[in-house]
Design a protein around this ligand. Structure first.
Ligand SMILES: [Zn+2]
Length: 160
């Protein structure tokens, strides 16, 4: 990339390090023309298209704050929320898309949330799957019961 100081079209990498979560690489570069140094950071591009039409970078923090509301009063720890957001991001990235609909992000949260806490799952699903009647809750609860027969772990089947 161009040197931000003198616009020289080339630069040399003098240092390169990966962020703690492994998602970003930061590079120190030096311009061979003016010798000044600057930093660049590199992440695999993943953006979220909001209903307003604005697109913004995918953010685990936003996933967490959305899920946290549904988890109010539930025995769900911050660590579990962080892990859930990581799983959501990994699932979306592994699908290979560079941009995803905000609504689709919400739907991607459902499966890991179901495994975490069923009450929080129902609250969240009622918003993202647009439950508008008691029947919708009954259907969802019946499905959860069917997937978790003797109070065991729910089966890992995709959410329809
Ligand atoms: Zn320069």
């Amino acid at each position: 990339m161009h040197c931000p100081f003198c616009r020289h079209p080339d630069s040399r990498v003098v240092d390169s390090r990966t962020s703690d979560d492994g998602a970003t690489i930061r590079r120190r570069r030096q311009c061979p023309h003016c010798s000044r140094r600057f930093s660049t950071s590199e992440t695999a591009s993943l953006s979220v298209l909001k209903r307003s039409g604005v697109s913004e970078p995918f953010s685990r923090a936003k996933v967490i704050s959305g899920v946290r509301k549904a988890c109010q009063g539930r025995p769900v720890s911050d660590d579990q929320l962080a892990l859930l957001a990581q799983r959501v991001e990994e699932a979306i990235r592994s699908s290979g898309v560079a941009e995803i609909d905000a609504h689709q992000v919400g739907l991607s949260i459902l499966q890991p949330l179901q495994e975490l806490d069923l009450v929080a799952y129902l609250r969240f699903a009622s918003v993202y799957q647009g439950f508008d009647s008691l029947e919708d809750f009954e259907t969802a609860i019946a499905r959860l019961r069917a997937e978790a027969p003797e109070g065991g772990e729910p089966a890992a089947s995709p959410v329809v």
